[in-house]
Design a protein around this ligand. Structure first.
Ligand code: ADP
Ligand code: MG
Length: 236
């Protein structure tokens, strides 16, 4: 698309010519995107234009049919081609390097607030005591001191969403993916959540990829990738 896309050595994640078809539906067509360390990228487009499909391909959640997604390893130690990894290698990589803020259903109501935040640490094998401390510190950082022992159902909607952000950031990921919460959330609350995520991410070297319908949120990102009928129209 643009020349710097190919020549810029300072990239973190690069998708090239990624396509994905569901049955007859061409959900994503020849999409190429580069994400640099620490930048915030908004993804916008009409419903059904392929935003979630792109996010899932970039995060290695739902690998594409064709094309490549390459993630740079820390400290000049090489690259990972997401499609070349086994499922378990990909989930390990997601756990170590990515954070996710998805629909509120992703919080586990039967777990306490701190356990929800600590989940990625516990899955990565961090001992329970250390994971609890880090989760509590992260909750404090988001103004949720004292909520550790509450279940998600005992929190307000806004508090629950901050728990989700704390969980996405607790591992100090390289890259956080957020798919605009839909359905249960009114759009004002959805924008608040993404705004808080942007504030938390800004100033760290964590890159953010945010699907949003809110032009104000997109305006706070470094740039906007626009999708239409599975094709990237601008901003890659
Ligand atoms: P967006 O997130 O922009 O609303 P999606 O990426 O979810 O769009 O979907 C893009 C297109 O692919 C839509 O036409 C959608 O119906 C279709 N699609 C997405 N996921 C699936 C799936 N698992 N099975 C069948 N079709 C799907
Ligand atoms: Mg979607």
């Amino acid at each position: 698309m643009t020349n710097h896309h190919y020549s810029d050595p300072h990239w973190l994640l690069r998708a090239e010519h990624v396509s994905k078809t569901f049955g007859q539906t061409r959900a994503l067509v020849d999409a190429s995107v580069t994400v640099r360390p620490g930048e915030a990228v908004a993804i916008m487009g009409p419903s059904g234009s392929g935003k979630s499909t792109l996010l899932h391909a970039l995060a290695g959640i739902e690998p594409a049919d064709s094309g490549t997604v390459i993630l740079r390893r820390p400290n000049e130690s090489g690259f990972d081609d997401l499609a070349a990894l086994t499922d378990s290698e990909r989930s390990g990589l997601r756990l170590r390097r990515f954070g996710f803020v998805f629909q509120q259903g992703m919080l586990l109501p039967e777990l306490l607030a701190w356990e929800n935040v600590a989940l990625p640490l516990l899955l990565a094998g961090v001992p329970r005591g250390a994971a609890r401390q880090r989760a509590t510190d992260e909750l404090d950082r988001f103004g949720l001191a004292g909520t550790d022992e509450r279940r998600i159902g005992q929190l307000s909607g806004g508090e629950a969403h901050r728990v989700a952000i704390a969980r996405a950031l607790v591992t100090r990921p390289t890259l956080v993916f957020a798919d605009e919460p839909t359905g249960a959330l009114d759009s004002a609350t959805a924008s608040d959540v993404l705004g808080e995520l942007l504030s938390a991410g800004t100033g760290s070297d964590c890159a953010l990829i945010i699907v949003t319908h809110d032009e104000r949120i997109a305006g706070r990102c470094d740039r906007t990738v626009r999708l239409s009928d599975g094709r990237i129209e601008a901003g890659a």
